[in-house]
Design a protein around this ligand. Structure first.
Ligand SMILES: C[S@@+](CC[C@H](N)C(=O)[O-])C[C@H]1O[C@@H](n2cnc3c(N)ncnc32)[C@H](O)[C@@H]1O
Length: 412
């Protein structure tokens, strides 16, 4: 993570200037990130930047792995072909809001972190440390079993309410809080409900609440004049509407704002698969089959168009490409001629998978700028509602890639 010196509350123009810069950069480079490599083998940028395409496609697997973990260095290299990519590092730089030592100290001790996976314990600790000092009454939004609530209770909060719609989690969480004597009370509550009442002078917190849920906290919390709103968003694409709606006036009044639908928003949270090697190998086999079938169906239908194939029955996993191909053809009602050369089309799938990985390297460079585009809009919205806002990272990306934290305080 690149960091600029930790700032306190950024003055308003910083966010709007930054948002415009990120927006315009993303708009300019849409041809590089809109096409999905899995379904588009020949995006227009291959013709526009042939030297970039050659460099990517000539990469070894080791080089690919190397660049995958180093997006900023990759952007600097790729800037040899598209000079604008050199801006990447500056575009994604955010201040660090705490240190690993403070995060560790704020985390629940392991013996009290019942039912709490190790990473969640440290994430909650880092989130709490980044918000320190805490006081008053907090509302943990979509609290699950209240792990964050219990962590915050140990960091100066007088009391923490939790809203969660899963009654089982609420019961488990209340039992845990009672057992450990934490000033935490969870309530079964749908946070999207119209009748939700905000506690007076509450501080709303949300760690990894998805799309509409975190936007609801930002909008309903600010409308209820919450004293403070602290949000680490995730899964931006999980929303009821198909089209993303910008929250801030500043973004909506921009001359050319990016337009994003639900499926394009997925890019912001798409992760490079870090499953164990055995799982990765299995996933690669299925990808080869799907890409091989895609090449075959394009040939048979004589159409350069991706044909989405639904999830296949798991029994096919122990079979071979031909078994998968025959099932997929039947599913898509595609008649197969006699004597399909299955070996040939499987090899075509293998070639495509190599290409997909290399094209994804370039496309994935746009994930973090896109995430910042979304969160900077939230920051500007909260400023428009009268809050002083800071935006930064509450932990390293290795602990969670969703490490952005928006912290808005109503002055006075
Ligand atoms: C990704 S989890 C985050 C949980 C917790 N903040 C954490 O970091 O451990 C999202 C939680 O939101 C809850 N949830 C989803 N939709 C909800 C709604 N409409 N109202 C209340 N809770 C909801 C889910 O049951 C789940 O516990």
């Amino acid at each position: 993570m690149t960091s600029t010196p930790a700032s306190l509350h950024d003055p308003a123009p910083v966010f709007s200037h930054r948002w415009c810069r990120v927006n315009d950069w993303l708009v300019r480079h849409q041809p590089l990130w809109r096409p999905v490599p899995f379904s588009e083998p020949a995006p227009a940028w291959l013709r526009d930047y042939p030297a970039l395409a050659d460099w990517l496609e000539a990469m070894t697997d080791q080089e690919c792995d190397h660049w995958t973990d180093r997006p900023e260095a990759f952007a600097r290299e790729a800037a040899r072909f598209i000079s604008d990519l050199a801006e990447y590092g500056e575009l994604v730089a955010v201040p660090k809001l705490t240190t690993p030592e403070k995060a560790q100290a704020a985390a629940l001790p392991e013996v009290r972190a019942v039912d709490m996976p190790g990473r969640k314990r440290l994430q909650a600790g880092a989130f709490a440390a980044a918000l320190s000092p805490l006081n008053g009454n907090l509302v943990d939004w979509c609290c699950g079993k209240g792990h964050l609530a219990r962590t915050l209770a140990g960091q100066g909060a007088e009391s923490v309410l939790g809203f969660e719609w899963n009654a089982e989690l609420v019961n488990d969480g209340n039992r845990l809080a009672q057992h450990y004597g934490d000033p935490v009370q969870l309530y079964p509550q749908d946070v999207m409900a119209n009748d939700l009442t905000w506690p007076a002078a509450g501080h709303g917190v949300a760690l990894h609440a998805c799309g509409d849920l975190h936007r609801q906290l930002i909008q309903s919390g600010s409308a209820a004049r919450a004293t403070r709103l602290s949000v680490s968003p995730c899964c931006y694409h999980l929303m009821a509407s198909t089209q993303h709606r910008l929250l801030s006036e500043a973004a909506r009044n921009h001359a050319r704002p990016l337009t994003m639908d639900r499926s394009a928003l997925r890019l912001a949270v798409q992760e490079t698969v870090t499953a164990p090697a055995r799982e990765r190998r299995k996933a690669a086999v299925v990808s080869v089959w799907r890409l091989g079938f895609d090449a075959l169906q394009r040939h048979l239908r004589n159409v350069e168009e991706y044909l989405p194939v639904p999830s296949h029955p798991t029994r096919l996993n122990t079979g071979d490409f031909e078994g998968f191909g025959r099932w997929a053809a039947q599913n898509k009602q595609l008649p197969l001629p006699a004597g399909v050369d299955w070996h040939y089309w499987r090899t075509a799938g293998e070639r495509r998978l190599l290409q997909v990985r290399r094209h994804e390297l370039l496309r994935h460079l746009f994930r973090r700028p896109l995430e910042l585009w979304l969160v900077l809009d939230y920051a500007m919205f909260l400023q428009e509602q009268g809050y002083e806002v800071r935006l930064g990272a509450f932990c390293e990306r290795s602990l969670t890639p969703r490490n952005l934290l928006l912290d808005a305080i109503r002055p006075g």
